[in-house]
Design a protein around this ligand. Structure first.
Ligand code: ZN
Ligand code: ZN
Length: 388
C-alpha cells in the first residue's frame, strides 16, 4: 500500500465506526462485517469479496493499537492533503513524524510508499524488531482437473511458492560470516533530508535504498534481499463432485503465522475441462443420445456409455423425442450420500439425404399416415384464425 492510498483511505468509515471508537467497538464492528462478507457465506459474489478485503485491510490497521496510533497521527498531519500540495508553508519532515522507526526499512525502490509500507510490514521483515503474533496470509492457487477427475475426486500435488526469510543469512542479506555495515550517507537511518524552498522532506537514502545498511558481500542465496522464495509441495484431496470455478478452502495451509499465530488458509480454485460427450448438472451427469424416428416409434434397446462402462436402456414404442431417461446411481458418487444419476436425453436425428429404397419406404409411410395430424391443437387454432 502506498502512503497516498493509506492516508486517502478512511479505515474507520470502512468499518462503520467513528474515529474515536474504542478498540472493543472496532473489533465488534469488524467481526460482524467479516461474518457477513466472508467469501464462504457469499460464494461467487465479487462485491462481497472486494468489501471483505477492504474491511480486512482496514482492521489490519485500526485493529492494531500501535498501527492505529500511527494512522491517526498521519491523518491528522496530512489530512488527505498529500495530493493537494502541502500548503501553509510550514515545513514538515517525515523523519520526525515517524521518529524512532528508522532503520527498519528493508525494501528498495524508494518513495514515500515504501516508507509507509515498511512501517506497517516491519513485523514481517524480522530485522531485529520485535515480531508480534500475526496470522499468516491466505493463499490462493488454481488447479485444473479433467471432467472425470472432477466427478470422481482426485488427489493432486500442488506446488506453492511463497516468500520467506532466507535460511542462509537468516534475513540479514549478508554472506554468512560477514555482516551488513551501517550506511555512511544516512548514518543508518535510511532517510536523508532534502530541502525545497520552505519545505523539508525526508526521502529514502539512495545509497542504501532506505535500509540504513550497506551489504558489501551479499548472501548468494537471496542476492542480499534477506528473503527468498520457497517452494513446497502439498498433496490435496479434491472431493468427488467438485464444480468448475469452485473454491476449496484448506484451513491452515496458507502462509505460516508469525510468532506462534495460526497459519492462513489455502484456497484452491478448480477449473474443470469439459468432456466431449458428458455434461454436468449438479450431481447428475447428462448425455444427449441421438436416435432415429423409427427407434422411438417402434421402440428399441439402446446401449449407451457411462463414465465407467456401458448401460442398456429400453425405449418403449411411441417414446417422444426429448424424453429424459434416468439411469440411477450413474452420476457423481459423493461421500455425503448426495449422489446423482445419469440423465439421458433422447433426440431425434433426421437423415440429411435418403437413398432410393428409404425414400420409397418413407413416402409409402407418409401416405399410410396421411390422416394422422401430429399437431391437432395448432391445426385448430389455425382454422379458428382463418374463420374470423
Ligand atoms: Zn540470504
Ligand atoms: Zn543510507
Amino acid at each position: 500500500m502506498s502512503a497516498r492510498d493509506w492516508i486517502d483511505k478512511d479505515f474507520y468509515r470502512e468499518l462503520g465506526v467513528s474515529s474515536d471508537a474504542s478498540d472493543a467497538e472496532v473489533k465488534k464492528a469488524y467481526r460482524k462485517l467479516a461474518r457477513e462478507l466472508h467469501p464462504d457465506a457469499n460464494p461467487g459474489n465479487a462485491d462481497a469479496e472486494a468489501r471483505f478485503k477492504s474491511v480486512s485491510e482496514a482492521y489490519g490497521v485500526v485493529g492494531d493499537p500501535e498501527k492505529r496510533k500511527q494512522y491517526d497521527e498521519a491523518r491528522s498531519m496530512f489530512g488527505g492533503g498529500l495530493r493537494g500540495g502541502f500548503g501553509g508553508g510550514s515545513g514538515f519532515d517525515f523523519g520526525d513524524a515517524f521518529g524512532g522507526q528508522q532503520g527498519g526499512f528493508t525494501a528498495g525502490g524508494g518513495g514515500l510508499g515504501d516508507l509507509f509500507g515498511n512501517l506497517f510490514n516491519r513485523a514481517k521483515s524480522g530485522g531485529g524488531t520485535t515480531a508480534r503474533p500475526r496470522r499468516g496470509a491466505d493463499v490462493e492457487t488454481d488447479v485444473r482437473l479433467d471432467f472425470v477427475e472432477a466427478v470422481r475426486g482426485a488427489t493432486v500435488p500442488l506446488r506453492l511458492s511463497s516468500p520467506s526469510t532466507c535460511d542462509t543469512c537468516h534475513g540479514s542479506g549478508a554472506r554468512p560470516g560477514s555482516s551488513p555495515k551501517t550506511c555512511v550517507t544516512c548514518g543508518g537511518v535510511g532517510l536523508v533530508s532534502r530541502s525545497q524552498g520552505a519545505f523539508a522532506f525526508s526521502e529514502p537514502c539512495r545509497d542504501c535504498r532506505g535500509t540504513g545498511r550497506i551489504i558489501d558481500d551479499p548472501c548468494p542465496d537471496c542476492a542480499g534481499e534477506g528473503v527468498n522464495t520457497k517452494t513446497r509441495t502439498l498433496t490435496v484431496r479434491i472431493p468427488a463432485g467438485v464444480e468448475d470455478e469452485q473454491r476449496i478452502r484448506l484451513a491452515g495451509q496458507g502462509e505460516p503465522g508469525r510468532s506462534g499465530a495460526p497459519a492462513g488458509d489455502l484456497y484452491v480454485r478448480v477449473h474443470v475441462t469439459p468432456h466431449p460427450v458428458f455434461g454436468r448438472s449438479g450431481n447428475d451427469l447428462t448425455l444427449k443420445v441421438p436416435v432415429s424416428y423409427t427407434e422411438l416409434a417402434l421402440g428399441t434397446t439402446l446401449t449407451v456409455p457411462t463414465l465407467d462402462g456401458v448401460v442398456s436402456l429400453n425405449v418403449a414404442p411411441g417414446t417422444a423425442s426429448g424424453r429424459v431417461l434416468r439411469v440411477r446411481g450413474k452420476g457423481v458418487q459423493r461421500r455425503d450420500g448426495q449422489s446423482g444419476h445419469l440423465l439421458v436425453t433422447l433426440q431425434v436425428t433426421v437423415p440429411a439425404d435418403l437413398d432410393d429404397d428409404a425414400r420409397t419406404a418413407l413416402e409409402a409411410y407418409a401416405k399410410a399416415t396421411a390422416t394422422h395430424d401430429p399437431r391437432p391443437e395448432l391445426t385448430a387454432l389455425v382454422q379458428k384464425a382463418r374463420q374470423s
